[in-house]
Design a protein around this ligand. Structure first.
Ligand SMILES: NC(=O)c1ccc[n+]([C@@H]2O[C@H](COP(=O)([O-])OP(=O)(O)OC[C@H]3O[C@@H](n4cnc5c(N)ncnc54)[C@H](O)[C@@H]3O)[C@@H](O)[C@H]2O)c1
Length: 309
């Protein structure tokens, strides 16, 4: 358990993230921050009142400022506008960049040693904004997307094969968007290559559904977007860091020559521990996978060039 974790944005993803962190007792104090007056305070108090029932000793409080967040060990940034039906992630670019910039300035001032996990979309570009504005090293600014995309892929596979989700090992790399790269060559069911258990058209349909996983939920909900699985993804990263688990998870990391690329955030296998990003793991890719990763990087570079810092 660490002393303090801050979650910025008390909307659907942020509030659920705070609740999951508290229920897992990953910190003594969780501070929820939002610009809307009363919302983080009300949600924080409501969550803390579930403590005697759920049996956790983590305090949850809400605030409209950053004073209470001082010296947080981990900060999760979920502030922003969620995608609406028909809206692409990139439509969100400049509104959310302004929000993430303002949040990052506050985080830099109040928690200069924090490890930052960005969730706001468009994910890879928002990570870049957070890294540039805080000036934190790449070890301490990471993005959550690959864990979610991989969870969606694993859930669809488990359902199609009628096996436990626990037995599906997989990795989705690349940017968080339509160009994400599910690695079929590394997808196994208890070590058995998935291609031995499923025909290619079925697998391709699952890969396609994974790529559109976020949009499928937006279409159902009509207002707002997914948050149960996204918050679970963010908390898996927080847990790996706080408990120094050295887990290998697909995260958006600032590349510095890995996979032949540098100067952008992209989803790659990362070792997460108490120092944050402890290593980017380079795996062998098929020619197709390498080409798809390159395309995905291009799809990240374009909005990166358009964002005003
Ligand atoms: N990376 C991923 O895989 C992933 C998955 C789901 C959602 N998201 C993104 O996460 C973000 C949050 O989604 P949501 O569903 O919780 O949206 P939401 O609208 O429910 O919540 C966003 C919250 O941010 C707050 N906010 C706005 N500006 C702020 C500021 N300057 N400081 C503090 N708070 C501020 C809003 O008041 C609101 O409460 C969106 O950008 C969404 O696209 C990313």
């Amino acid at each position: 358990m660490v002393n303090k974790i801050t979650v910025v944005g008390a909307g659907n993803v942020g509030a659920t993230t705070a609740q999951r962190i508290a229920e897992k007792e990953l910190a003594r104090l969780v501070v929820l921050v939002d610009v809307v007056e009363g919302v983080p305070q009300g949600k924080g108090l409501d969550q803390y009142q579930s403590a005697p029932i759920e049996l956790f000793d983590t305090r949850v409080i809400g605030s409209n400022g950053y004073e209470e967040t001082g010296d947080s060990e981990v900060v999760v940034i979920t502030a922003g506008i969620a995608r609406k039906p028909g809206m692409s992630r990139d439509d969100l670019l400049n509104t959310n960049a302004g929000i993430v910039r303002q949040v990052s300035e506050q985080v830099k001032r109040s928690s200069p040693n924090a490890i930052v996990i960005v969730v706001s979309n468009p994910l890879d570009v928002m990570c870049y904004v957070a890294k540039e504005v805080t000036g934190f090293p790449r070890e301490r600014v990471l993005g959550m997307a690959g864990v979610l995309d991989t969870a969606r892929y694993r859930a669809f596979l488990a359902q199609a094969l009628d096996v436990s989700v626990r037995d599906i090992q997989a990795m989705v790399l690349g940017g968080h968007g339509d160009t994400m790269v599910p690695l079929i060559s590394y997808t196994t069911v208890s070590g058995i290559p998935v291609t031995q258990l499923m025909d290619r058209p079925t697998l391709d349909a699952i890969v396609d559904r994974t790529r559109n996983g976020g949009a499928e939920i937006v279409k159902h909900l009509k207002t707002g977007s997914a948050y149960y699985a996204p918050s679970a993804g963010a908390v898996q990263m927080v847990e790996a860091i706080v408990l120094d688990q050295k887990r290998i998870l697909p995260c958006a990391a600032w590349l510095d020559g890995e996979y032949g690329m540098r100067g952008l955030y992209l989803g790659v296998p990362c070792k997460l521990g108490r120092r944050g990003l402890e290593k980017v793991i380079e795996v062998e890719l098929t020619e197709d996978e390498r080409a798809s990763l390159g395309k995905s990087a291009d799809a990240v570079r374009e909005p990166m060039a358009a964002v005003k810092l």
